[in-house]
Write a protein that binds this ligand. Sequence first.
Ligand code: PLP
Length: 212
Amino acid sequence: MGKAAERAGRDPSSVTLVAVSKKIPPAAIRQAVESGVRELGENYVQELCEKQAALAFLADLGVSWHYIGRLQKNKAKDVVGRVALLHGVDSSELARIVDKHAQAHGILQDVLVQVNVAGEATKAGIPPADLPGLLETVAPLSGIRCLGLTTIPPPATFPEENRRHFRVLAKLAAQHHLPHLSMGMSDDFEVAIEEGATLVRIGTAIFGPRRS
Ligand SMILES: *Cc1c(COP(=O)(O)O)cnc(C)c1O
């Protein structure tokens, strides 16, 4: 990560590692934290809740959790307030629901909006054309704050194939003055960092293959 940042002329500290711990048992997560990981990403609500309970002591070490990936509207109430950053807000309706629960808890929930930059019908995320409308919806809400954008590009044979998608996302974030870009996974994080990622979500390259 550090090398990719330096190659891109960026300060390595401007890129945060989110270690994706889905389907990884608590003992291995604990080890990762012992070796320096401070941000953990989960994308199943129930698993997130169970791990936070099993690993409650991590909070004292300054570890924070991220919810990555798709969030069903009816599960939003279980995630709001549990995570430092909720990646993957993909509709105005979900944004309003998150806001409502955050206000009920008296907190401000930081989120990222997920954009479908590759334009595939099957993938989550809003089309780039819908981004201004969604940001307008979020702006006046006092329980939710959008810090940036995220995307999950289609499966690629070579990391280079995703560069153009990352570039589109970076451009959109710059246009809207959003400071954070969550992009890049185990196979393509270097390219993502070169294109401006501030958060990379890495699972396999840290923990090895997941048990499913
Ligand atoms: C699983 C997952 C990752 C991590 O993928 P790896 O290829 O294991 O690094 C990153 N982002 C999201 C949204 C995921 O669901």
